[in-house]
Write a protein that binds this ligand. Structure first.
Ligand SMILES: Cc1cc2nc3c(=O)[nH]c(=O)nc-3n(C[C@H](O)[C@H](O)[C@H](O)COP(=O)(O)OP(=O)(O)OC[C@H]3O[C@@H](n4cnc5c(N)ncnc54)[C@H](O)[C@@H]3O)c2cc1C
Length: 424
């Protein structure tokens, strides 16, 4: 649905606030970026379009951290503070803790206060104001209307590379051959009532007979027996979560699938469970990737490549939910690799970084680097890098990697294999 008409849209927009840094998007990458920059003494404003921080982890109720082969930095701190029973002694181990999305939401609110990050909720980025190769301000839709936010440095953590795209940074979407992205999933939870329940099936929903009828052709959930909760990742809707009509379709179709799957589970193993929570929005795995100074590839992931400008490490598998409507998932183990700083740096601007799932990566590489713990790591590095660019009065691409590693170390990030370089 699109017409051929276009409009010029000009407004004088009042500046609402100025800071050293504006971080856009309060998911894993954005919250970590805001914290790390603030710890380096910078005045940080974090803009989030919803009423909660945590991104897909809370908004989409993706409330389990996939294992990445390390527990380090801000991610480690969060585990220590919210999920201490899972905290490993070493930094180089894998954990996959499930958490309460409600508790994480509260924790992040309080954490931002402690870290002196100013959060603006219900503030949605709409456009950039550029001066040559620099961003001067961004315009956001707030509860008081359009407002400008000025800063020296900007970090795009929207997951969709929304800021970068608006500023003219080239990007790609989905598979290289046809642009198809991983499908969307509406997460939900069920609760054990301890007594038999009557399965319900609202109008318009589906009656699934067997596993092969299910949207993913499999049962995928995590049980917490002590609390009697079940976190379910079983819906699947084809489409690109950054496209209006695809999301329009996904929101209604995925909810139909939720009720249908609940009905199936209530007949097949979860006879005492009721639907207890449905995420407020469909979960979006993949949309846009910037084309940065370096693009992470499948080969890097598979061959376990290491980089001098490493900012995050992971051994999370290649994990591609079929983009073309099939019920398959391409899962391939990987041994571990580095993500270089350059994947977050757009060529076109001197004061913008992109952190989180929309960094420069191919479709396959993105399927491995996209999980939450890695996005927290990327955000933490991005916040420090932007702070350094301010201090060094340098272009974001020219910051000292030695200083970046030194500050990461100070902030308790440990890389495996002695990869941290010294300042110099
Ligand atoms: C269904 C599903 C299942 C998954 N399963 C797992 C799993 O089991 N374990 C795991 O670790 N990871 C999982 N992932 C991946 C992981 O959740 C995401 O890749 C990760 O959250 C990405 O972090 P991010 O910070 O880049 O972006 P996001 O989490 O997407 O956060 C982006 C934030 O930016 C905000 N935002 C967006 N646009 C704007 C704007 N214009 N203005 C202001 N704010 C904006 C959003 O509201 C959001 O808060 C899953 C993802 C999905 C969708």
């Amino acid at each position: 649905m699109s017409t051929s008409t276009s409009y010029e849209f000009q407004r004088k927009v009042e500046a609402y606030a100025a800071a050293d840094m504006v971080v856009i998007g309060g998911g894993p990458a954005g919250t970590a970026a805001a914290i790390s920059a603030s710890r380096r003494g910078k005045k940080v404003i974090l803009l989030e379009r919803s009423g909660q921080l945590g991104g897909m982890g809370t908004l989409g109720n993706v409330s389990i951290f996939m294992p990445i082969g390390n527990v380090t930095g801000i991610y480690r701190e969060m585990i220590a503070e919210v999920l201490s029973e899972y905290l490993p002694e070493q930094h180089d181990v894998s954990i996959a803790p499930q958490y309460s999305p409600f508790q994480l939401r509260h924790y992040l609110n309080e954490k931002m206060k402690k870290e002196k990050v100013h959060v603006c909720y219900h503030t949605e980025f709409v456009g950039t104001v550029k001066e040559g190769r620099r961003l001067k301000a961004i315009i956001a839709s707030t509860r008081e209307g359009l407002r400008a936010f000025e800063a020296e440095q900007f970090i795009d953590c929207t997951g969709d590379a929304r800021v970068a795209m608006d500023a003219g940074v080239p990007y790609t979407s989905g598979r290289e051959e046809d642009g198809l992205t991983q499908p969307m999933t509406l997460m939900f939870m069920m609760q054990n009532t301890g007594k038999p329940v009557t399965p319900m099936l609202p109008e318009g929903c589906y009656y699934y007979e067997q596993v092969s009828d299910l949207p993913q052709g499999r049962r995928l959930y995590w049980e917490r027996n002590k609390e009697g909760t079940l976190l379910v990742n079983m819906t699947r809707v084809k489409g690109n979560g950054a496209k209006i009509e695809d999301v329009n379709f996904a929101e209604t179709e995925a909810l139909r699938q939720v009720f249908s799957i609940v009905n199936y589970l209530q007949r097949n193993g979860f006879e005492t469970y009721v639907l207890s929570h449905v995420a407020g929005q469909v979960g979006v795995r993949e949309t846009n990737q910037i084309q940065g100074l370096y693009t992470l590839t499948e080969q890097d992931v598979v061959e376990g490549r290491r980089f001098e400008d490493v900012v995050a490490q992971t051994n999370y598998e290649i994990d591609i939910h079929s983009p073309d409507g099939k019920k398959t998932t391409d899962e391939r183990k990987v041994d571990g690799y580095d993500i270089p700083y350059r994947c977050m740096v757009p060529d076109e601007l001197d004061n913008l970084l992109v952190a989180g799932r929309s960094i420069s990566a191919t479709h396959v590489a993105m399927s491995s680097m996209r999980v939450q713990a890695t996005c927290y790591a990327l955000g933490q590095a991005a916040g420090i890098a932007a702070a350094l660019a301010l201090e060094e009065r340098s272009k974001i691409r020219d910051i000292s990697i030695g200083e970046l590693h030194a500050e990461l170390r100070k902030q308790d990030v440990v890389f495996q294999g002695g990869r941290q370089t010294q300042p110099g």
